[in-house]
Design a protein around this ligand. Structure first.
Ligand code: ATP
Ligand code: MG
Length: 440
């Protein structure tokens, strides 16, 4: 296939036949976020490169290896966003949102770009749903955010998922822990990959996240951050755990989660789902109390998470959830002849204006072919318009499932009759499904 008819590696088209599950998932995520008081924020697809190297951290894989960075025609270094937290933080600082009533809660649905090795659940352009909460240092905020993630996953139909939490300390206790890590890895330096040797001085925490099997083998016995927390960090962690217990949200403490981004402090967490292979983390997040200040905003504690929508769809598929059906056509109008085609066009638009999904012929098909096409659209009703119907000012509205036909006035009273028939059909279907449920 030529380059003109092949999408770039690691990208994916969502074709019309596959868009219904995306739309259903996105609607549910946004609606859940709203119930928790998170309102949508939309930020640019690209930002100044510096924003990501400062916030995500320049010792991370994301910044070192995965960013789509280019120089624009004005000689600025620009990067396609690899994640959503940095852009949202920049926006709330820039527009002074943090000087209004706190907490500020935002959510987003966006595409992210990372130059990674494409595989199942790992793309170069992928989509995230995320939420960020600014202004609260309380563990109650951590629990609020985790509760949102947990309900969002449940509401889109994810069943088997486990929550793992950890604390990675704060600027008070982390230096001593980093020193303990350095001492440990220093004693095993011959087994570390070249990147980790560099990380040893700059950011030994990153070694714990290295995907190289030799580094991972050494990291297995490294000192645990939970053994090095200061009193405040321990209290915070205990507070979060108590809140999660109150909500009966099950979790395990996994002292090995450090997360791949530099801005985290204290709480970090992941939701992990089995059954989709190696890329099993569907959601990752945590607290980042230093980031807003680091970017030049007012010192503001904050936290957030992001979930990968492609991975969530993989989980739903693996679970065998039936994909939601696309909207089917309410009424197909099949004209015969040019005069009828004009009337059909007019009627279809009238019905669309009323909120119905109405369709008519744009292909000059025969009546037979039109009825076949109406079936393909899953049309609930059809209406044939020929010379006779136009002369009489009345057609026959046909229920495509039962075959039942009833007269439909083409002028006055048309909308009322369509409304009546649509409502009666919906009612009959509801009754049928209630009956079926009772019999189950
Ligand atoms: P991983 O360890 O799988 O590389 P990560 O730690 O880099 O994940 P985050 O930066 O925390 O991931 O992003 C949050 C979520 O976004 C991940 O849990 C995952 O669901 C999704 N995600 C991250 N990178 C990709 C990608 N390249 N393709 C698809 N989804 C991704
Ligand atoms: Mg990654």
């Amino acid at each position: 296939m030529g380059i003109l008819t092949k999408a770039p590696r690691g990208t994916q088209d969502i074709l019309p036949a596959k868009s219904a599950p995306w739309q259903a998932m996105e609607r549910e995520l946004i609606a859940t976020a709203q119930r928790f008081g998170f309102q949508e924020i939309r930020t640019p697809t690209f930002e100044h490169t510096e924003l990501f190297s400062r916030s995500v951290g320049d010792t991370t894989d994301v910044v070192q290896k995965e960013m789509y960075t280019f120089t624009d025609k004005g000689d600025r270094s620009i990067t396609l966003r690899p994640e959503g937290t940095a852009g949202a933080a920049r926006a709330v600082i820039e527009h002074g949102l943090l000087s209004e009533a706190l907490p500020v809660k935002v959510s987003y649905l966006l595409s992210c770009f990372r130059y990674e090795k494409p595989q199942a659940g790992r793309l170069r352009e992928f989509h995230q749903f995320g939420a960020e909460l600014y202004g609260s240092a309380s563990p109650a905020a951590d629990a609020d955010l985790i509760a949102l993630a947990s309900q969002a996953l449940a509401n889109i139909g994810i069943r088997e998922v486990s929550l793992e939490i950890n604390s990675i300390g704060c600027p008070n206790c982390r230096p001593a822990y980093l020193q303990a890590l350095r001492d440990y890895f220093e004693a095993h330096r011959e087994k570390l990959c070249p990147t980790c040797l560099e990380r040893l001085q700059k950011n030994p925490l990153r070694i714990l996240d290295c995907k190289n099997p030799d580094c991972a083998a050494v990291a297995k016995d490294a000192p645990l951050v939970l053994d090095h927390l200061c009193g405040d960090c321990r209290d915070h962690f205990d507070g979060l755990r108590a809140r999660l217990d109150t909500l009966a949200i099950p979790y395990t403490v996994n002292p090995r989660i450090v997360r791949g981004l530099d801005y985290y402090t204290r709480t970090v967490f992941e939701f992990v789902s089995g059954g989709i292979g190696a890329q099993s983390t569907v959601c990752g997040g945590g607290r980042y109390d230093g980031l807003i200040g680091e970017l030049g905003g007012p010192q503001t504690p904050a936290l957030g998470f992001a979930m990968g929508l492609e991975r969530l769809l993989l989980v739903l598929e693996a679970q065998g959830n039936p994909p939601p059906a696309a909207e089917s056509c309410d009424l197909y109008i099949a004209p015969m002849g040019e005069t009828a085609a004009v009337k059909a066009f007019q009627l279809a638009n009238l019905l669309r204006d009323e909120g119905y999904y109405a369709e008519t012929d744009l292909m000059g098909r025969s009546l037979r072919a039109q009825m076949k096409y109406a079936d393909k659209l899953g049309a609930k009703f059809s209406l044939v318009l020929g010379e006779d119907e136009l002369a009489k000012g009345e057609g026959m509205l046909k229920d495509m499932e039962s075959g039942e036909t009833l007269p439909l006035p083409l002028g006055e009273g048309l909308l009322e009759e369509v409304d009546r028939r649509m409502a009666a059909r919906a009612y009959a279907q509801l009754e049928k499904s209630i009956q079926e449920n009772l019999e189950d």
